[in-house]
Design a binder for this molecule. Structure first.
Ligand SMILES: [Zn+2]
Length: 258
């Protein structure tokens, strides 16, 4: 794994967020990242979120609403029409040969990129939780992750590392990757994705502890602004003994780096 120790880079930033005891993304020097996207000067400002009606950041995975395959079929024409509008807005001619089918292709692709809305975590966990007297750390690392930044609708991709310390219950190993898949195939920010994975495992297994680390590249960072080609964002969520016991946390971090 191409994981590196926290090192100073040319831009003066750190390759890691430097602390693993809470979810957090390191600040982006120069403000090229998502968080400061709305602050670019000169551009019309997007509508502000309505105060007084905050949506909870963490929706419980037990109460998820899903998008059905029928919903996809129903919404495809309007989604494609929206892409035609985008093409015109970009100064393109949607009638030229190469673009004739682009709105439909793009709409279908976007539905695929967000297919995590079609699935529920609880359906994945059904029949995959086993009683087991195993109490050693379980780690699955280098799970490929492809997501979409909810601020710019461009890809976020990287790797997810998950560890947990079972408490009489274990989860089928492939299901950890399925949890990553479902949450990542939605519009996301990396911090929330990290936490959602950790919380779902915690609620499903009631383990002694859970650690989730995500290393990811945000296309909205590398393609725009100062174009930091190799910048990676590292986020982590540590729960239970992973949060409270430095030895357990260090063991996890050493194992995902090995
Ligand atoms: Zn973004």
């Amino acid at each position: 794994m191409e994981h590196s120790e926290p090192t100073e880079q040319a831009d003066g930033g750190s390759a890691l967020n430097g602390h693993f005891d809470r979810t957090g993304k390191r600040p982006v020097p120069g403000g090229s990242g998502c968080a400061s996207a709305a602050a670019s000067a000169g551009a019309p400002q997007p509508p502000r979120a309505e105060p007084g009606a905050p949506r909870p950041v963490m929706e419980s995975w037990r109460e998820e609403r899903t998008r059905s395959v029928e919903d996809n079929q129903t919404s495809l024409p309007s989604l494609a029409a929206a892409y035609t509008t985008i093409l015109r807005g970009l100064g393109e001619d949607p009638q030229r040969q190469g673009l004739l089918k682009t709105p439909w292709r793009a709409a279908t692709a976007m539905q695929f990129f967000t297919k995590g809305y079609q699935e529920k975590i609880i359906d994945v966990l059904n029949d995959a939780i086993f009683d087991e007297d195993h109490d050693e750390m379980v780690i699955v690392k280098d799970i490929d992750m492809f997501s979409m930044c909810e601020h710019h609708l461009v890809p976020i991709f990287g790797r997810v590392h998950i560890g947990y310390l079972p408490n009489k219950r274990v989860l089928g190993l492939s299901k950890l990757a399925r949890i990553v898949e479902i949450y990542s195939r939605r519009l996301q920010v990396q911090e929330r994705l990290t936490k959602q994975i950790a919380v779902a495992i915690t609620e499903a297994l009631k383990p002694t502890g859970v650690g989730v680390v995500i290393e990811a590249t945000h296309m909205c960072m590398v393609m725009r602004g100062v174009q930091k080609m190799n910048s990676k964002t590292v986020t982590s969520t540590m729960l239970g003994v992973f949060r409270e016991d430095p030895k357990t946390r260090d063991e996890f971090l050493a194992l995902i780096r090995s």
